[in-house]
Write a protein that binds this ligand. Structure first.
Ligand SMILES: [Zn+2]
Ligand SMILES: [Zn+2]
Length: 350
């Protein structure tokens, strides 16, 4: 397991729409870095979008992958508190620690934020669809034995949901609505339950997802194919509406539903951002005095998420659709790109 330098196998985005297994030099580490032998790396929706260049943030040649876990293979000279062989995961984003936002602890808003496996402008950080990845020590977290590498690879998604629930003003006993029961929605349901919501109502047009939503803690579910979700939620809450809602899709119709389903004075947290712009029911928000809050990525929630996952309080196993060798990466990317139904998280093992 100790690292002996040299070459490694990686899944390289050689050009748009073309992933290839290659041998390439293993990353070099600086004094503050940790070299991680990657044992599991999840395919993120943003990696799938990165495949065709439509997002503009992944410029080949590039090794993608930022949802990973593994073992410490080597530590930089200045890293004294991690040993070779320790099981770790790491944050997907690197914040600078010096800007206005970092000083306020809002590291997800960092002016100089870099995402692993993304290449914005002159920067380039190869990601974790490879045997080895180099990450700065401050974003590395130890894993308890009770968390598998595969489970740990879902921590980014868990942290997005936990952050969104944390941005939502929940009081014990509240009723929440979660619009969209994809990966983030299913995690938001669990996070809201742990934040104190007595009832969580899941809304999704896919019955399989609604079944999962129930298994993972939704007390009620509603399929918008059967009518107006906001009307249904008002009916379930004595005509008043939910106290809070988290929107996990990011399109006009679900955003409208999220805003319409909360009570007067309620709060809506927006996480989904599929569409750059949506129609906004301005008068409903103003006259019903709603709070609408965006929530982006996560900000220091990783230790809490590790704790919640290790205790089984945030369950990710039902969200893992497949675990496959890294060499099968191109085929799995193709299936995800074609939006094959029923696929959630696919994890590759280098
Ligand atoms: Zn991701
Ligand atoms: Zn910063």
């Amino acid at each position: 397991m100790a690292y002996h330098g040299g070459y490694m196998v990686a899944l390289l985005l050689k050009q748009y729409m073309h992933l290839e297994m290659v041998r390439m030099p293993a990353p070099e580490i600086g004094p503050e870095d940790v070299l991680v032998r990657v044992r599991a790396c999840g395919i993120c929706g943003s990696d799938v979008h990165g495949l065709d260049g439509s997002s503009g943030r992944r410029i080949p040649p590039l090794v993608m992958g930022h949802e990973a876990a593994g073992e410490v293979a080597e530590t930089g000279a200045a890293v004294r508190d991690l040993r070779v062989g320790e099981r770790v995961t790491f944050d997907s984003t690197v914040s600078c620690g010096r800007c206005f936002y970092c000083a306020r602890g809002e590291i997800n808003l960092c002016d100089n934020r870099q995402v692993l496996g993304v290449s914005p402008g002159p920067y380039r950080r190869d990601g974790a669809f490879a045997e080895y990845v180099a990450v700065p020590r401050p974003i590395v977290y130890r894993l308890p034995d009770s968390l598998s590498f595969e489970q740990a690879a879902l921590i980014e998604a868990v942290s997005v949901a936990v952050h969104a629930a944390g941005m939502t003003p929940v009081r014990a006993g509240d009723t929440a609505a979660v619009i969209g029961s994809g990966m983030i929605g299913l995690l938001a349901i669990q996070a809201l339950r742990h934040a104190g919501c007595a009832r969580v109502i899941a809304v999704d047009p896919d019955e399989t997802r609604l079944t999962l939503a129930r298994q993972l803690g939704a007390t009620e579910v509603f399929n918008p194919g059967a009518g107006d979700p906001a009307a249904a939620i008002r009916e379930m809450t004595g005509g008043r509406g939910a106290d809070v809602a988290i929107e996990c899709v990011g399109a006009s119709e679900p955003v409208r539903a999220a805003i319409a389903c909360v009570r007067k004075g309620g709060a809506v947290t927006l996480v989904g951002n599929l569409a750059p712009e949506v129609e906004f029911p301005l008068q409903a928000v103003v006259t019903r005095q709603l709070r609408v809050q965006g929530s982006c990525a996560s900000s220091g929630e990783y230790p809490a998420c590790i704790e919640l996952m290790a205790k089984g309080a945030m369950r990710v196993d039902p969200l893992i659709s497949a675990v496959a060798p890294l060499a099968e990466g191109p085929a799995w990317f193709a299936r995800l790109y074609r939006r094959e139904p029923g696929l959630m998280k696919v994890i590759l093992k280098p």
